[in-house]
Design a protein around this ligand. Structure first.
Ligand SMILES: O=C(O)[C@H](O)[C@@H](O)[C@H](O)[C@H](O)COP(=O)(O)O
Length: 226
């Protein structure tokens, strides 16, 4: 288990640095495979990072972006992670990227599973956030779906019970999220830093984030600021 820690003086420096690292990772994927695919998280933290990444000149037409999780709402809803990606990341030259949402209102479950199953088996990058309760994506420590989402044989995607603002969610499983060339964890604030440290020190604990900090084959790259 290796954890690379990258600390920054403020959120602006953090967002610029993480965006630069993502652009580098995506360019590596483009050079290696002619395409690149990554999954990002929602919430309040990543907006500045999305805007910084959108300003990087990449061959975005060969890049696919999807979500680590989604709230089951219309894209017009302020809680929609897809809305945040479209408004903050898919702008400028990055608007040429292909976006694969998790939740399409009215789509039946089998069609959704089949659509997500068509994503490349291994992402070039996954960017996870974390809640103060050590949840990540929509894998919550006290959710009835926690064990199913963390199971080594979990499906790619599953319905999950989250917390307000939206309880009904979809989440990629830990297994699917860990199938990535690079894993980034993006957090701000001393509270989350302390939660992350406790989780890292307790391998196999019940906190969902700890499954991503102690994984035997996918090192975690933590980008954080107080
Ligand atoms: O849909 C979501 O809510 C996110 O994917 C979730 O996992 C998020 O990363 C954390 O809840 C942190 O959220 P904040 O960035 O708002 O603190």
């Amino acid at each position: 288990m290796t954890i690379e820690l990258n600390a920054y003086p403020d959120t602006t420096a953090l967002d610029l640095a993480l965006a630069g690292r993502l652009a580098e990772t995506l360019n590596e994927g483009l050079a290696l495979n002619g395409e690149a695919t990554f999954a990002v998280s929602g919430g309040r933290t990543p907006g500045g990072f999305f805007r910084a990444l959108s300003r990087h000149e990449l061959d975005w037409s060969r890049v696919t972006v999807t979500l680590a999780d989604e709230r089951c709402v219309e894209e017009s809803d302020p809680s929609s992670n897809a809305r945040s990606v479209r408004e903050n990341l898919l702008q400028g030259s990055a608007s040429a990227a292909r976006f694969v949402p998790l939740h399409i209102p009215g789509e039946n479950r089998d069609t959704m599973i089949e659509r997500i199953g068509r994503l490349p088996a291994r992402f070039d990058a996954v960017v996870l956030g974390m809640g103060d309760d050590a949840h990540t994506a929509s894998i919550f420590p006290d959710s009835p779906q926690r064990d199913a989402a963390l199971a080594p044989d979990a499906p790619d995607i599953l319905a999950a019970e989250g917390k307000p603002p939206v309880r009904e969610r979809l989440t990629l499983s830990a297994r699917r999220l860990l199938a990535t060339r690079m894993l980034f964890i993006h957090i701000t604030g001393i509270g989350k830093w302390q939660v992350l440290g406790q989780a890292a020190a307790a391998p196999g604990a019940q906190q969902p984030i700890s499954y991503f900090l102690n994984h035997r084959t996918t090192p975690a790259h933590v980008f954080w600021t107080l």
